[in-house]
Write a protein that binds this ligand. Sequence first.
Ligand code: MRU
Length: 352
Amino acid sequence: MTDTIDFDRYDRIRPIRWTGDALELLDQRKLPFEVGYVSCDTSDEVAAAIHSLTVRGAPAIGIAAAWGVVLAARTIEAVDGAEAVRKLEPAMQRLNDARPTAVNLAWALTRMRRVVGEAGPDWREVMEREAQAIADEDLAANRRMGALGAALIEPESGVLTHCNTGSLATAGFGTALGVIRAGVAQGRIGKVYAGETRPWLQGARLTVWELQQDGIQPTLIADAAASHLMKTGAVQWVVVGADRICANGDTANKIGTYQLAIAARHHGVKFMVAAPSSTVDMATPTGADIHIEERDPGEMFAIGGVRTAAHDIGAWNPVFDVTPHELIDAIVTEKGVIERPDEAAMRAAFGA
Ligand code: MRU
């Protein structure tokens, strides 16, 4: 085992590229079969890319939205930041409305509003610097979280993860996948299992591909195999990301996370949530207050354009669920580890 992590060796993908003129997004609808970037020239193109999951993952959509504001600023004139923010409000609202559950989107826009609103005539430079800072801080937070989360894992453990929480979902390295990368690098994790994450298949299409780029060979499981996997004793930890962590520690994440937490508790498997503090929403008291996104039922009828469901049927497609804090053993952010999170522990770590 080692304590050092060669971050560059384990982190090669960048889903979001700012060219100075446009925002380039690695098209996650097409991965892993096509690896290509789409270019956004307007904030509305960025909003559409967020809604269509061209870019996805809580931190990544916040970063993309921040750059979307920079693109929107190309269409206005303003003498100072306060005037700019007033004029940009409709575009920011459209970015905000692109997806409802991950708080990072609203968090990034609120931060842009505040910093730009306080700027003088140089507000354009201030704005661009802030968007870059949001991305840079996310990468730094992920690396810190990786080290903190991995330290909780005993040598040669097996871990199960869900959805995609890696470089593709962040500025780089990843949240839960960052913990897993760090754990593999340190020899703490001997085996990685990834749930396929129906219906959009973030696990099967993205996580598995992303780990392969690092030379890590994950084992894919059907989502329905998770409880059985735990029963075999093959995994000691479930490690997942988050889209919103409430004031009492309740955590929204990709649909299916909740059932993993229930199964983990039943089988004595530990359950870790890794997310940057930008995912913590102390203004939302409990999971019951979270708006859970429901997407087009059509996403459930076909895989890769091939129909897999019977015709003329209905479907319900909530894409997130809430894991109650009682089922979480540790929440890891760049600020530290909260074991057995509850409202008191969250308030002690994050204030009001
Ligand atoms: O619908 P998605 O693919 O955007 O959902 C992503 C997730 O649920 C991730 O687990 C979460 O955003 C954490 S990503 C670091």
